[in-house]
Write a protein that binds this ligand. Structure first.
Ligand code: PMP
Length: 437
């Protein structure tokens, strides 16, 4: 039976449904840097939606490409058939990846990209005669989406708690968040490189010949903006090389300009074997994810297989025409407007703006890299209600969208953000921080 409440039926994802439905805030339109709320107010988008609308909202060339494709090729299977836009997009994605990662598998989301990457890792190890390598290593405070694989390698207690044992054979390294040693660092923290030795320890515990892959976010975004300590990713790479373990970077947030480069791998100068992506690939206008795979990993699976299908995996909508068209238009826009370079050139100004909050009430850490910021607030002792959640609501009501994750406020604006808008964001946050108990 349907009750009279028009909000009741939609069980909202990652939402406190009862609290939301008591005071709903809805978005009805968007353009460039702003959302329009249902009461008509303009809200400055400090989070590029959910870290995804990197070129700004409702960009005309993307909308036009989607409309044109919807009218000319609404759907085409990519199982044993194909269409030109998907092939073209795969080549364009490959060209943006670090050298060697030039085989691209399409998915519909970050979660699907992660589960696909994990399955590629298993298939690769088996194809090279290492079928005993079935373990995965993730990291505490890692977020890798909500598939069973991604939930298993993820390291957020709340995301795992309700779901029992999850995948067997998964272990976790410690996270790199270290307020005592690294608080208020700009860019990469100096301390914590040694935490990569957790991987050696897990190799010692389980045996290298049982481990298929390690997965980390090179910059962990949604769990509070954790920038890797200097040298940490290099050390993971070395340990993986030594032990025949694949290294997967989950770049669902960090790819497509967020850090001022096409990938975090490029910025940090460390090349993994597999990169997962989604979000910025289509500017979020149509859901799409992808997995970029090292040629050798791809070839071991494809060339090592007998005639027939080499990898029994895929999605009805892998390389969907609308998503592929949106992806091409998005990559064109990034290039035409130099948006990755723009993010890089704004990052110093951004860093100064972020760190202008130092000394403000409740602020115990500020972290930033590229066009990302994390503002960590002192937890309220014993109280369930979080200051960050209150700040999120207060900011929205005053015309600014930020993201609350635990005690952390995260910002990741579209890469078209202007300096006065950066000033507006941090000016508002400074004022609002003073109003929260
Ligand atoms: N991996 C990472 C690093 C992410 O940040 C996210 C989403 N925030 C995901 C995976 C999951 O992506 P999706 O929500 O598109 O499934």
């Amino acid at each position: 039976m349907l009750e009279n409440d028009p909000l009741a039926a939609f069980w909202m994802p990652f939402t406190a449904n009862r609290a939301y439905k008591a005071t709903p805030r809805q978005l009805v339109a968007a353009k460039d840097m702003h959302y329009t709320a249902s009461d008509g107010r303009q809200v400055l988008d400090g989070t590029a939606g959910l870290w995804c609308v990197n070129a700004g909202h409702c960009r005309a060339p993307i909308a036009a490409a989607i409309a044109k494709t919807a009218a000319t090729l609404d759907f085409a299977p990519t199982f044993q058939l194909g269409h030109p836009t998907a092939f073209e997009l795969a080549s364009r994605v490959a060209a943006l990846m670090p050298a060697g990662l030039d085989r691209v598998f399409f998915t519909n989301s970050g979660s699907e990209s992660v589960d696909t990457a994990l399955k590629i890792a298993l298939a690769y190890q088996r194809a090279r005669g290492q079928g005993g390598r079935t373990r995965f290593i993730g990291r505490e405070r890692g977020y890798h989406g909500t598939g069973f694989g991604g939930t298993s390698v993820g390291g957020l207690v709340n995301n795992r708690r309700a779901f029992g044992a999850l995948l067997p054979g998964v272990d976790h390294m410690r996270h790199t968040h270290d307020l005592a040693r690294n608080a208020f660092t700009r860019g990469m923290p100096a301390h914590g490189t040694e935490l990569a030795e957790d991987l050696e320890r897990l190799v010692g515990l389980h045996g290298a010949d049982t481990i298929a892959a390690v997965i980390v976010e090179p910059m962990a975004g949604s769990t509070g903006v954790l920038v890797p300590p200097a040298g940490y990713l290099e050390r993971l790479r070395t340990i993986c090389n030594t032990h025949g373990i694949l290294l997967i970077f989950d770049e669902v947030i960090s790819a497509y300009g967020r850090l001022g480069t096409a990938t975090a791998a490029e910025l940090f100068g460390v090349t993994p074997d597999i990169i997962t992506m989604a979000k910025g690939l289509t500017n979020a206008a149509v859901p799409m994810g992808a997995v970029a795979v090292a040629r050798g990993v791809h070839d071991a699976i494809v060339e090592g297989a007998p005639d027939g299908i080499e990898f029994f995996h895929g999605y009805t909508y892998s390389g969907h025409p609308l998503a592929a068209a949106a992806g091409l238009a998005t990559l064109d826009l990034y290039k035409a407007e130099g948006l990755f370079e723009r993010a890089a050139s704004l990052s110093e100004y951004w860093s100064d703006a972020v760190h202008s909050l130092k000394g403000k009430r409740h602020v115990i850490d500020l972290r930033n890299i590229g066009l990302v910021a994390g503002i960590e607030l002192e937890p309220r002792p014993g109280a369930p209600s979080k200051r960050a959640t209150e700040l999120f609501h207060a900011a929205f009501d005053s015309g600014l969208l930020v993201r609350a994750t635990g005690d952390i406020i995260a910002l990741s604006p579209p890469l078209i953000v202007e300096k006065p808008q950066i000033d507006e964001m941090f000016g508002k946050l400074a004022d609002l921080l003073a109003t929260i108990d």
